[in-house]
Design a protein around this ligand. Sequence first.
Ligand code: HGY
Ligand code: MN
Ligand code: MN
Ligand code: MN
Length: 407
Amino acid sequence: MQDLRINEKRLWDTLMEMGEIGGTEKGGCNRLAGTDLDKQSRDLFVEWCKTAGCEISVDKIGNIFARRPGKYNDLPAVGTGSHLDTQPTGGKFDGVFGVLSGVEVLRTLHENQIETPTPMEFSVWTNEEGSRFQPAMQGSGTYVGRFDLETELNKTDVNGIRLGDELERIGYLGDAELGSRHIGAFFETHIEQGPILEDEKKMIGVVRLGQGIRWYNIEVEGRPSHSGTTPMHLRKDAMLAASLIVAEMENIANRHENGLGTVGFMQVYPNSRNTIPGNIKFSADLRNPVPEVLLEMHNELLAFCEKVASERNLQISVDPFWYFAPVEFNASDDVKAASEKLGYSHMDIYAGAGHDACYMADLVPTGMIFTPCLNGISHNEAEYSSPEECAAGANVLLHTMLEASER
Ligand code: HGY
Ligand code: MN
Ligand code: MN
Ligand code: MN
């Protein structure tokens, strides 16, 4: 098996075919969770896996599991998977590459009629992006028991549409129990989404840690009034208060090593150019690999919002609705061993983005395989990883899974 390799061209063609679903003019993908496009991509994945001899199961939050039997089917499977949902201006690789490198491993085993000791399982996780419905990693987080199923199915998007209804509408509100898959290890392949592997000229990232994430919903309650008749000192301007907080996010991040702070989503009410904004709802995203530092950043944000509220005599509510603590990947050495066996340059790295593997690490030995991405760009239609880089990641996945199955 040492010389077994995936089919680089088939993997690339499959990535490009999947990329057509929700494809955008700029060459990216817009395939939000729970949409018809999400359904199309899921259906295609299911079809490909069935063709290669898998049995399909869908759980109560729409996670899909394609299981390929092994020689001893009472043994726990070796699992791999990622997500098919994208950002609104996403690329062809974020998540999708992890799912399709799994499909390529499946096809390679199938065409070579390789019987692995354990079953192998290929998965697609619901709403990893957290763009249309929050939080991110919603399907995997619910699967491992970090989130309550009913609460998550009742989450709504900005139009009040419920996740559970969307999953039912697209035919992926399954009945398999959460957390019920019999797997013994999980590996996720993913583009790095940052510039490090490219800068260091390494082909594979051996991911040791997933950094901490804190997400907030912040609401500023001001008073709508006329922009032409309201003196500045009499205003309750929600936009000014929100702008101070947005600017402070940068200060909080820069005060801490590896600190990151982002406001990516904002709703302005009434959103009229000659009415002083009365209400602003916006997101906040803080990240750091060190939990204590992330807590400091959290406390600094809360304190600043309180300060703005009292100085401007405004109502500001901060809902810290999601906290993901940094996670260590304890099967990273398997990824390192496979990279060395295959002769790929590699380096240890930590994940700046959240991934489904970050929650699977709660349950089983888990590892992640990163590949370089052009200019470190992701969550952008220009996202790109070359055929050679994708093949390297999929080959490391193939041999990591084979090794784990032999164990
Ligand atoms: O937010 C993240 O890091 C991921 O893209 N869901
Ligand atoms: Mn992703
Ligand atoms: Mn993403
Ligand atoms: Mn500090």
